[in-house]
Design a protein around this ligand. Structure first.
Ligand code: NDP
Length: 289
């Protein structure tokens, strides 16, 4: 079997153009959607992510405000800035780029963002809303995965879904979103006894581990839908340094029924869903949602 490719880049492009239309409509009504991105320090990977987010906003007609704060910014100064953004009616979404420098308490900072502007969906009240089945903001990566499954026509009700990874930003919210669609969900992690036993039962397998090419073809049920969230670098060999996922694409794509590539799968969808969440925040303020 050769798996069908679920093209995240193409779907993300469609979503971005739909958002551009919604942003134009709302702007014409006098409310221009606005996103504030706060970057503390000069981590090079974070700087790239933030630049991309700002560029995506510009292209979609969403106003973006980039706050670059020095690495030694005090917790109080950061909280004060977030408080200003919370009160600014022209800002509908606030994103604090993670990770933060070690002296800053990430949890405290996230909890200081007004829940109705928390477009990452990491605030405990948004995590709780998701858990109790009435999500306000779905975290961008798992939200993007759900959109990909929907676009690929994957039936989730009753399906065996296995999520490998239990982080607060990917694995756990992913499991909740799948559960909400009535999949039977198993969450695996580093202490799972026999990972393959679980993954081979999956009709839908989501890999969010952070280990290059760890999920191989022999771990996959023939015909399964495989979503690769991982973003890693190949550690050694002729392709050393190249971007790769948590799934060994070569062996997996011979067994799976459908699979996402890396790059061009979940990554562009995560970016697109930040625009969706910002748009939803602005539309709520405008009373059109
Ligand atoms: P974390 O490191 O926070 O979580 C990784 C999870 O994988 C943990 O729950 C861990 O278990 C589990 N794990 C680690 N080793 C194993 C193993 N051998 N077997 C089973 N489970 C294991 O990572 P994130 O959730 O933040 O990210 C996961 C991956 O997704 C990374 O590659 C990251 O770069 C990528 N990512 C990609 C995004 C995109 O837009 N494409 C967005 C966000 C993340 P335990 O809890 O027991 O430690």
């Amino acid at each position: 079997m050769t798996a069908r490719i679920i093209d995240g880049a193409a779907l993300a492009a469609r979503i971005r153009s739909e958002i551009a239309q919604r942003a134009a409509t709302l702007t014409a009504q006098g409310i221009r959607p606005g996103l504030a991105v706060v970057l503390v320090g000069d981590d090079p990977a974070s700087a790239v992510y933030v630049r991309n987010k700002v560029k995506d906003c510009e292209e979609a007609g969403i106003r973006s405000v980039l706050d670059r704060l020095p690495a030694q910014t005090s917790e109080q100064a950061l909280l004060t800035r977030i408080d200003e953004l919370n009160r600014d009616p022209s800002i509908h979404g606030i994103l604090v780029q993670l990770p933060l420098p070690g002296h800053l308490d990430e949890r405290l900072v996230i909890e200081s963002i007004a829940p109705e502007k928390d477009v990452d969906g990491f605030h405990v009240s948004n995590a709780g809303a998701l858990m109790t089945g009435s999500p306000r903001f779905r975290p961008c990566t798992p939200y993007g995965v759900m959109k990909m499954l929907e676009a690929a026509g994957v039936k989730l009700a009753g399906a065996e879904a296995v999520v490998v990874g239990r982080s607060n930003i990917v694995g756990k919210p992913q499991a909740m979103l799948l559960l909400q669609e009535s999949a039977t969900v198993t969450i695996c992690h580093s202490r799972t006894r026999d990972l393959t036993e679980h993954t081979r039962r999956a009709d839908v397998l989501i890999a969010a581990v952070g280990k290059a090419q760890m999920i191989t073809g022999d771990m996959i049920k023939p015909g399964a839908v495989v979503i690769d969230v991982g973003m890693n670098r190949i550690p050694a060999g002729p392709n050393a340094g190249k971007l790769c996922g948590d799934v060994d694409f070569e062996s997996a794509s011979k067994v799976a029924g459908a699979i996402t590539p890396v790059p061009g799968g979940v990554g562009p969808m995560t970016r697109a869903m930040l625009l969706v969440n910002t748009m939803e925040a602005a539309e709520r303020v405008a009373g059109v949602r």
